[in-house]
Design a protein around this ligand. Structure first.
Ligand code: ADP
Ligand code: ZN
Ligand code: ZN
Length: 745
C-alpha cells in the first residue's frame, strides 16, 4: 500500500498522510496537486511532498480523491525554498503553500476566447463573382453584409480574420444574417484564445550605451559576482541604476538563464514595464497581486514552460513562481519595508527570501537603492556583500537643492496658510508659472487623522479598535484605518452634545483640497491607498502626471518609490516631524530614506530641482544629513545607536503578539508566556501594549525577543517554539492566537 504526505493549506505544523488509491498509484508523483478530504466535510487542494509505504499510526488515514496534475508542478528546489521559509519565519508549510499557490489550479484553466469571422476556405477571388450572383437572388441583406465583410477584412489585399463583435458593430448588422452566411459556407466562425498579455507591437530597441561611471560599475559588479553571491549597488536617484540592471539582465538571458526583477510596489512595475518591453519584448512578464487568477495562472505556466517570460518583473509573491534556471535576481529599492509581508503568515521579507532563493539556484543577487537599509549596508561594510557606488546623476544633472523651512517662526507670526508656509507657496507659484510640476508629500491618507470636540475634548474612536477615526471628506465619513469600520460625520459631539467638532491634523486629502483653493485654475491629483484601489487607477494617475494633465500630485509614501517624472521641479515635504517623532527605533533611518527618495523625484531632466522640508525641528541631525546628502554619516550615527541599544544588525528581533477577545485572558497569558521565555532566553522584553492595543475587537500584547547575532537563531527559535507549545497546552490561552514575526519591521 502506498501513502502520500501532503501539504494542506491549514495552519497546523504537520503534513497529513493519505493513502493512494490503486488506480491513481501509477500517475502519482511528489509535487503534484491533489484533492483530499479534510475533517468531516471539507475538501482541500494540497501538494504531495513525499510518497512512501509507512501507514500513519496516530490517526485513521483517508484516501486521496483525485490527482489534479499530469506532471509535478512543484520542484524539489521549490520545496526546499518553502521549507526554508517555514523554518526561518516560524510558520507552517500550509502557510507557505497559501502564499505560493494563490490560485487553486495552475495548468488547468479555461482560457478566455474570442470569436473571429473569416471567409470559408472554399471562397476565393475566382469563384467570388458566382457566389455574389447566387446570393443577390436570395437575400439583399446577406449580399450587403458580405460586401461589407470584404471591405472590413481587407479582402482584396491581405484578408485577415476579424473579431465578430467589431464586425457586427461596423456593419450595423444582426447576428442572424451573419449566421445565414455561415450556413451557406461562405463565412466561418473560429474561436481564438485571447492573449491576455497585450503583445505590444513595439520596436525592439538596442540597449543604451552605458556612460563611463555606469560601465565601471557594471564591470565591478561582474567582478564581484566571481567572489560574492550578493552585491549592493548604492547609487543616487537617477544615476542610471536601472540601465545597469538592464545590461546585467541581457547578459543573463544570453546565457540561457531566467531573471527575477523584484520591485516593492505595483505602481513601479507599471511604470518600468514599458521601458523593459522595448528592450526585451515578450521575454518579459509581470506578476503582482492585482492580477486575476487567470492572469496569474497564465504567468505561472509560461515561467514553468521556460518559453517566453524568461524575465519576471514582479512584487514579493513572484518569489514563488516555478523558476528552474534562475541566474540573477535584482532587488530594486531594497530598503523598502513593503518587501516584508506583515499582515499574515508567512511573514517573510522578500529581499532576504530572494537572497536565499538565488543561493539555491546558484544565482547572483543584486540589491539596488539610493538609500540602503542599515542592515544591508552593514553586510556590505563587513564584506559579506560586495559594494559598488554610483555617485553622480546621469548626464550630470545636479542633486536637488534641499531647503529646510522652520514653520515655528511662521506659526508665531501667523503667516502659515493652514499647513503651507509662505516659502513653500511661493515656490509652488513660481513653478506653476514656469509650467513645471510639483509633488507634495504627506505620509497620511484621509482628510484629518482625528476630530475633537473643542468643548469637552471628546475624540471619536473606532468601536472595534483603540484608535481614533480618520475623517474622509470625499465620503463625509469617519473611517478606521485598522479595520475599515466607518460612520457618518457626526453633526454634534456625541459626549456633550455641543456643535464644536473640529478636524485635527492633516492627511493627503486635506492637502489636495487646500492647494486647490490656493490655486483654483490648476489640476491636482492624489495618490494614496484610497485612490489606487484598482490597477487602472494607478496607471491613470501616473500617466496623467507624466503627460502633464496634472500640475500638482499629492501623495503618501507611494510616490516616493522610484517613480520617474521629468518635469517636477518642486517637492514639498509637508510635515517632516510626523516621521521623525514616530516612536520606533527605525524612525530616523526611515525619515532619511523617505525624504531622500521623495526628493529624488525632483529635477530629473531639465533643471535642478528644489525640495522644501517643513519642520519644527530644523536642527534635527537627520535633516542635516539629508541636506548634504550624507548617507554614510547617517549610517554611522545609526549604527552606534543600534549597537548601544541592542538592535539589528547586532541583534536579531523576534516579535511575539498574543491576541484574544478578552483583555484579562491576554494579559494573564502574556505575563505567563514572558516568564517562561525568560527562563530560556536572555533578552525578553515585555509584555507591552502596542500603540493600537485593540484591533477588530481583539486585544493585543507584544513580547520582543532580542537574540545576539553571535548565537545560533535555531536554538532560540526552538526554545520559543517549546514555550509556545507549553502556553497552548496550559489551558490559560484557549482560543487565543500567537503571531510570530521574525525580523519585524
Ligand atoms: P535610477 O534607476 O538610478 O533612478 P534611471 O536608470 O532611471 O536611474 O536613469 C535616470 C534617467 O536617465 C532615465 O530617464 C534614463 O533613461 C536616463 N539614463 C540613465 N543612464 C542612461 C544611459 N546610459 N543612456 C541613456 N539614458 C540613460
Ligand atoms: Zn463635547
Ligand atoms: Zn477599527
Amino acid at each position: 500500500m502506498f501513502f502520500a504526505d501532503i501539504i494542506i493549506p491549514v495552519p497546523t505544523p504537520q503534513l497529513y498522510t493519505y493513502s493512494i488509491p490503486e488506480n491513481l498509484q501509477q500517475n502519482c508523483k511528489t509535487g503534484m496537486r491533489v484533492s483530499v478530504p479534510f475533517g468531516k466535510t471539507k475538501i482541500h487542494t494540497g501538494v504531495i511532498r513525499k510518497i512512501h509505504q509507512i501507514a500513519p499510526t496516530e490517526y485513521k488515514f483517508k484516501e486521496i480523491f483525485a490527482i489534479l496534475d499530469t506532471e509535478s508542478v512543484i520542484s524539489d528546489l521549490q520545496f526546499q525554498f518553502w521549507e526554508w521559509i517555514a523554518r526561518y519565519y516560524m510558520c507552517t508549510l500550509g502557510d507557505v503553500l497559501k502564499a505560493a499557490l494563490p490560485i487553486d489550479s495552475p495548468n488547468e484553466h479555461k482560457p478566455k476566447t474570442e470569436t473571429y469571422i473569416s471567409l470559408n476556405s472554399e471562397v476565393s477571388k475566382e469563384n467570388l463573382p458566382q457566389i455574389f450572383e447566387k446570393l443577390e437572388k436570395k437575400s439583399q441583406k446577406q449580399t450587403q453584409l458580405l460586401q461589407s465583410f470584404l471591405l472590413f477584412s481587407n479582402f482584396f489585399q491581405e484578408a485577415k480574420p476579424v473579431k465578430l463583435k467589431e464586425f457586427l458593430k461596423y456593419s450595423n448588422s444582426s447576428l442572424n444574417i451573419l449566421n445565414s452566411l455561415i450556413k451557406r459556407n461562405i463565412l466561418q466562425k473560429n474561436e481564438k484564445i485571447v492573449n491576455i498579455f497585450e503583445n505590444l507591437d513595439l520596436e525592439i530597441e538596442p540597449l543604451s550605451t552605458l556612460n563611463e561611471e555606469q560601465l565601471i560599475v557594471y564591470q565591478q559588479i561582474n567582478d564581484l559576482f566571481q567572489q560574492k553571491d550578493v552585491v549592493l549597488l548604492h547609487g543616487v536617484t537617477s544615476s542610471g541604476k536601472t540601465e545597469v540592471y538592464i545590461h546585467l539582465i541581457s547578459d543573463a538571458i544570453r546565457c540561457g538563464k531566467q531573471v527575477l526583477y523584484l520591485l516593492p510596489e505595483i505602481a513601479l512595475t507599471i511604470q518600468i514595464i514599458q521601458r523593459l518591453k522595448t528592450i526585451f519584448g515578450n521575454l518579459i512578464g509581470i506578476y503582482h497581486s492585482k492580477f486575476n487568477d487567470f492572469e496569474k495562472t497564465e504567468t505561472w505556466n509560461r515561467v514553468f514552460a521556460e518559453q517566453d517570460f524568461r524575465i519576471i518583473l514582479g512584487v514579493r509573491s513572484s518569489l514563488f513562481l516555478p523558476f528552474k534556471h534562475l541566474g540573477l535576481i535584482i532587488i530594486d529599492e531594497e530598503h523598502e519595508n513593503s518587501y516584508k509581508q506583515h499582515d499574515s503568515a508567512p511573514r517573510y521579507n522578500a529581499r532576504d527570501g530572494a537572497i536565499m532563493l538565488a543561493k539555491m539556484h546558484g544565482a547572483k543577487t543584486l540589491l539596488g537603492t539610493a538609500t540602503p537599509c542599515i542592515e544591508t549596508y552593514f553586510n556590505a561594510q563587513i564584506g559579506k556583500y560586495g559594494l559598488v557606488e554610483l555617485q553622480k546623476r546621469y548626464s550630470d544633472i545636479e542633486m536637488p537643492e534641499i531647503l529646510t523651512v522652520d514653520v515655528r517662526e511662521f506659526f508665531k507670526k501667523r503667516q502659515m496658510k493652514s499647513h503651507f508656509s509662505p516659502v513653500l507657496l511661493q515656490f509652488i507659484e513660481n513653478a506653476l508659472n514656469n509650467n513645471e510640476q510639483i509633488i507634495l508629500f504627506q505620509n497620511r491618507r484621509g482628510y484629518s487623522p482625528y476630530l475633537e470636540c473643542e468643548t469637552c475634548g471628546w475624540i471619536p474612536e473606532c468601536e472595534h479598535c483603540d484608535v481614533s477615526l480618520t475623517y474622509h471628506k470625499d465620503s463625509n465619513s469617519l473611517v478606521c484605518h485598522y479595520c475599515g469600520f466607518s460612520m457618518e460625520f457626526p453633526s454634534h459631539c456625541l459626549a456633550c452634545g455641543d456643535y464644536s467638532l473640529r478636524t485635527k491634523g492633516f492627511g493627503t486629502e486635506k492637502i489636495e483640497t487646500e492647494i486647490a483653493t490656493f490655486f483654483p485654475s490648476i489640476k491636482t491629483a492624489r495618490m494614496d491607498l484610497d485612490t489606487t484601489r484598482s490597477k487602472k487607477s494607478y496607471q491613470k494617475i501616473i500617466s496623467d502626471f507624466e503627460s502633464r494633465k496634472i500640475d500638482i500630485l499629492v501623495g503618501t509614501q507611494m510616490i516616493s518609490k522610484g517613480l520617474n517624472f521629468d518635469n517636477v521641479s518642486i517637492v514639498g515635504i509637508m510635515n517632516a516631524d510626523a516621521m521623525l517623532n514616530f516612536p520606533d527605533f527605525r524612525a530616523d533611518e526611515r525619515s532619511f530614506q523617505l525624504i531622500t527618495q521623495v526628493s529624488g523625484r525632483a529635477g530629473r531632466r531639465y533643471k535642478r530641482g528644489k525640495v522644501i522640508i517643513q519642520t519644527q525641528q530644523p536642527e534635527h541631525p537627520i535633516l542635516k544629513f539629508i541636506e548634504v546628502n550624507d548617507f554614510f554619516a547617517m549610517y554611522l550615527s545609526q549604527l552606534a545607536e543600534r549597537k548601544k541599544f541592542l538592535y539589528p544588525p547586532f541583534f536579531r528581533l523576534i516579535q511575539l503578539t498574543l491576541r484574544h477577545k478578552h483583555l484579562e485572558v491576554v494579559k494573564k497569558a502574556a505575563t505567563f508566556f514572558a516568564e517562561m521565555l525568560r527562563k530560556e532566553l536572555n533578552l525578553v522584553l515585555g509584555p507591552t501594549s502596542p500603540a493600537v492595543s485593540r484591533v477588530k475587537n481583539y486585544h493585543l500584547k507584544n513580547i520582543l525577543i532580542k537574540i545576539d547575532r553571535k548565537i545560533s537563531p535555531e536554538i532560540s527559535k526552538n526554545s520559543i517554539q517549546t514555550c509556545i507549545n507549553l502556553l497552548k497546552s496550559s489551558g490559560i490561552f484557549n482560543s487565543g492566537e500567537i503571531i510570530i514575526n521574525v525580523d519585524p519591521l
